[in-house]
Ligand binder design. Structure first.
Ligand SMILES: NC(=O)c1ccc[n+]([C@@H]2O[C@H](COP(=O)([O-])OP(=O)(O)OC[C@H]3O[C@@H](n4cnc5c(N)ncnc54)[C@H](OP(=O)(O)O)[C@@H]3O)[C@@H](O)[C@H]2O)c1
Length: 267
């Protein structure tokens, strides 16, 4: 772990998947508001560059922790390291996640395991570990990054869509349990957003798909506002809210039929 500035001054946010994309943009918004940052991802060089940038631009303290969240001990190691250093986490942003495109039957079992570990297990365990301290302080905010995909089944990305349905359901349930504790949990459901997500997932870059994507900075802003207000669920943009709404009203068979047509245009 790097970082030399003072974490005792001010409040601190921990962000997973902080090296790029939505996580990086959420870090920027938190730093702008004066939060010290703990940045977590695997890419050491990108984390270091982001830390330098946030320290210089906003004068906040930044630590980087190079962690692979697909490893079973990662969440506990993060929590224990910060406990040992007496760093208090006021905001937890469980943002790290990735997708895998293709027929499930052909998927790499190790990749499937990693996806479930990062998208589901690490998010759940980090929430569990930091939540107890937040409740005892009667203060804290958690954001779990789900997806618009949480509202539909997603053929050819079955594990990813299912993992995001878990994140949405888990967060909504937990939010109800937390009423009156002073701690809030927000499920952030972005629609398609311009990041490196498609490249990592193996989705072909297509102009028509790119044109309907939201800018990562804009999407992050929507999520950030909801996090700070303690909203239970937020979907980025009115078009995406409409898609989620319609998906719940239409027969599942019809929604599946429409979603099934999308991947054909991506391959
Ligand atoms: N972009 C979209 O259209 C979209 C839509 C809905 C939801 N989302 C969700 O938004 C979140 C952020 O994704 P993004 O769009 O910003 O994609 P991205 O640009 O690919 O960023 C993903 C982040 O997750 C980190 N990460 C991936 N695997 C990890 C691992 N094993 N251990 C630790 N960190 C890991 C990556 O860092 P390293 O590679 O350095 O580890 C990176 O910082 C994800 O949960 C994604 O599912 C994205």
């Amino acid at each position: 772990m790097d970082g030399t500035n003072d974490f005792n001054a001010g409040k601190t946010a921990l962000i997973t998947g902080a090296s790029r994309g939505l996580g990086y943009e959420l870090c920027r918004l938190l730093a702008e508001d004066g939060y010290n940052l703990i940045l977590i991802a695997r890419d050491r060089e990108r984390l270091r560059r982001a830390a330098d940038e946030f320290e210089k631009a906003y004068g906040v303290a930044v630590k980087t922790m190079v962690k692979d969240l697909s490893l079973p001990e990662a969440s506990r190691e993060i929590y224990e390291t910060l406990k040992q250093e007496s760093v208090q986490v006021d905001i937890l942003v469980n943002n790290a996640g990735f997708g895998m495109f293709g027929r499930f039957v052909n998927s790499d079992p190790a990749g499937v395991r990693a996806l479930l570990e990062v998208n589901i297990t690490a998010l759940t365990l980090l929430t569990r570990l930091f939540l107890k301290d937040m409740i005892s302080r009667r203060r804290g905010r958690i954001m779990n990054v789900a997806s618009l995909g949480a509202y539909q089944a997603g053929p050819f990305m079955a594990t990813y869509y299912a993992s995001k349905a878990y994140v949405l359901s888990f967060t909504e349930s937990l939010g109800n349990e937390l009423a009156g504790t002073g701690v809030t949990v927000t499920a952030f459901c972005p629609g398609r957003t311009r990041t490196e997500f498609d490249k990592t997932a193996g989705v072909k870059k297509l102009k028509w798909l790119d044109d309907c994507m939201m800018d990562a900075g804009k999407a992050a802003q929507i999520g950030y506002k909801a996090l700070m207000k303690g909203k239970r669920i937020v979907i980025s943009g009115w078009q995406n809210r409409l898609i989620a709404y319609v998906s719940r009203l239409l027969p599942r068979k019809l929604v599946n039929f429409v979603v099934m047509r999308m991947p054909e245009k991506m391959t």
